[in-house]
Design a protein around this ligand. Structure first.
Ligand code: FPP
Length: 237
């Protein structure tokens, strides 16, 4: 019996999570505690992303969604925004070959086409190169805001003449992905910050004090264990 089957048959428990999303928070505090520039915290944050994506693939997670840059993050100092963009570009350039070789499909949610042309071109190339992969899907939220996503989806649904939850869901950036099972936020903050508001309707949530650069695959495993022990009722009894 596989772990998944064992969990599925355990009375009152949930099955293994298919779709996990993470609000990666605490890079700045991690750096501050070490008297380092914030950019170093973000750099270490990318290292945490890299090892987590590898672990997610190795554990056979279907979808990992990461909140990398929000619509609100543009209001940070220009220097920090440009450091984040540089890190994103370098990460995609450095790891694309690994995604291709390991059957990882990249997907982007958010209005990424409004970003700088070089970032858009890099992402479009990476999306195309991994489009046929059917292993783990890595969803990166870029220039993403849930209210913006819902408004765009509602407008598209309205244009087609039907504003129902199903019609709006079908127009969200996450359409076609499995439902969100588990949402994790690091660094001790307990809020959603405009992330996946629609998709989180029935998601389980795990909040941890660990700062994002310190978040390891073991922390993900622990969160998945917490998830597996939860009793999801979707409003029923
Ligand atoms: C929160 O830390 C983190 C971010 C705003 C950005 C997250 C981005 C990365 C980890 C790197 C780029 C992503 C990818 C996918 C390559 P914070 O600066 O808000 O920390 P603080 O709250 O402690 O100040």
């Amino acid at each position: 019996m596989t772990l998944r089957q064992a969990q599925d048959t355990k009375a009152g428990s949930t099955s293994t999570a298919r779709h996990v999303a993470i609000i990666m928070d605490g890079n700045g505090r991690w750096a501050k505690a070490r008297h380092l520039p914030r950019a170093v915290g973000h750099q270490r944050g990318v290292e945490a992303v890299r090892s987590l994506v590898r672990a997610a693939r190795e554990m056979g997670l279907e979808v990992l969604t990461l909140y990398a840059f929000s619509t609100e993050n543009w209001s940070r100092p220009e220097e920090e925004v440009s450091a984040l963009m540089g890190l994103l570009k370098r990460y995609i350039m450095a790891d694309l070959k690994e995604f291709v070789e390991n059957n990882v499909r990249l997907q982007v949610i958010g209005n990424y086409r409004a970003m700088a042309p070089d970032v858009v071109a890099l992402l479009d190339d990476a999306l195309a190169q991994t489009a046929a992969n059917d292993g783990t899907t890595l969803v990166v939220a870029l220039n993403y805001g849930a209210q913006d996503e819902i408004a765009r989806a509602a407008a598209k649904a309205a244009a087609k003449g039907e504003i129902t939850p199903e019609a709006i869901s079908a127009e969200l950036d996450t359409a076609g992905l499995p439902p969100l099972d588990l949402l994790i936020r690091t660094s001790g903050e307990v809020r959603l910050s405009n992330f996946l508001l629609w998709q989180a309707a029935y998601a389980e949530m795990v909040f941890t004090d660990v700062l994002w650069p310190d978040f390891t695959p073991d922390n993900l495993r622990e969160a998945l264990e917490v998830y597996a022990g939860r009793d999801r009722r979707y409003g029923g009894r």
